[in-house]
Ligand binder design. Structure first.
Ligand code: 2AM
Ligand code: CA
Length: 286
């Protein structure tokens, strides 16, 4: 090298996006191979908050792959953080200053995975100085990999994803969700459900926040909201929605950021109506 200067050694010098894609694909294959073969199931904050050796093993695999390529980067993963909203929020705040931060949910939809309900995903996002620049959500059951890059659009199966075109709740399918927090989040998500269900064409609750967001991006759902999420559930999926022409805010309409835990993501056309419905029901926040 000229003047004897040395570049830091980077294995294979792959792009961020290539590493995100390869890592999510490998993790997803591993998860799929373990379906129906879970030996030990643990509980975190409650009997509804499950963790398996697959969650932990997959996070280790992802962490190792990312750090092999980018040893200077930080990795924030669900299984590395104590359960509960306070610890999650603190982990995100503590990591926010990192120049490059990978935000990882090795298995989004653990309850589904444990029960053999085929709706779960691997979610990997890369934030640069607090802004998500790459997002990948992989569904190993359908072998669908959703990938988005800031400013460059989002894709699935080689095709650009575009949000749906509905302009009213009456012609929309909307998804919601129930995280395991029974005291704080459940009553609000139920209130929202009661208010939204009579207004929409259909309501779905699949149990994987990341996959719901990927489906909003791909135009399969017109919108999605959920109270009580964590950054790793939504960082990648939120970028997919934005890069597909959709809108992402907090449920109270506040701008999206990694600290947002109550999420509203839509095709844009139904955003205000869904937000107002949640607002009127008193279902926008903890
Ligand atoms: P998980 O399977 O990765 O834990 C269910 O509607 C959604 O809530 C899923 O995306 C699920 O992700 C998420 N979830 C599960 N436990 C959670 C927790 N303790 N806090 C916040 N979100 C959680
Ligand atoms: Ca998880």
């Amino acid at each position: 090298m000229a003047n004897g200067t040395q570049e830091p050694f980077v294995v294979g010098s792959k792009s961020f996006t290539a590493v995100a894609i390869n890592t999510a694909a490998k993790a997803g294959e591993w998860i799929k191979s373990k379906l129906g073969d879970v030996q030990s199931i643990g509980v975190k904050s409650s009997a509804q908050d499950l963790v398996t050796e697959v969650d932990k093993g997959t996070e280790k695999l992802i962490r190792n792959l990312i750090l092999t390529h980018f040893p200077q980067h930080m990795v924030l993963g669900e299984e590395g953080v104590e359960p509960g909203p306070a610890a999650s929020a603190k982990a995100v705040r503590d990591a926010a200053d990192a120049e490059y931060l990978w935000i990882v949910d090795p298995l989004d939809g653990t309850t589904n995975f444990v029960h053999g309900f085929p709706f779960f995903s691997v979610s990997i996002a890369l934030a640069h100085k607090g802004e998500v620049i790459v997002g990948v959500v992989y569904d190993p059951i359908r072998d669908e990999l959703f990938v988005g890059e800031k400013g460059k659009g989002a894709y699935v199966r080689g095709r650009k994803t575009v949000v749906s075109s509905e302009l009213s709740l009456a012609e929309s399918i909307v998804a919601g969700g129930f995280p395991p927090d029974r005291e704080g989040a459940l009553p609000l998500n139920l209130k929202g459900l009661q208010a939204v269900a009579p207004k929409v064409r259909g309501i779905r609750m699949g149990g994987s926040a990341a996959l719901h967001l990927a489906y909003v991006a791909a135009g399969r759902l017109s919108g999605y909201w959920e109270i009580g999420l964590n950054a790793w559930d939504i960082a990648a999926g939120a970028l997919l929605v934005q890069e597909s022409g959709g809108r992402v805010t907090g449920t109270a309409g506040e701008p999206f950021g990694l600290e947002v835990r109550n999420l509203l993501a839509t095709n844009g056309g139904i955003h205000d109506e869904l937000q107002a419905t949640l607002e009127q029901a008193g279902a926008t926040g903890l």
